[in-house]
Design a protein. Sequence first.
Length: 118
Amino acid sequence: MSFGSDVITAFGTGTYTVQRYALGTSSSGHYTRATPTTLTISASVQPVTGRALRDLREGQVAGDVKIVYTGTELRTVGPAGEADVIVIDGDHYRVTKVEHFSVISDHYRATVERLEVP
């Protein structure tokens, strides 16, 4: 186990379900979302603070945003598919930003935003 995994385990807030979506299909102007694959991650979920608060878009409520620290790479929207969705306390959150750290340990810091409808 790496140093980062030890820290995430020590300060972890639990295990969480992640829904990962490949790219959907489009036919006659109608988009069909791909069926998600599901994975479980160990993570530390924290409230948003500091610089991340400043970076919220206009009208965004801080309670709708969280920071997730994990050893599992989470994905934002990109060529491989839609953004990952993580379930936290029954609410669904879309991954909007991911930072990778590997200086002392290999881990990820993801900013997630609560979805109104899963």
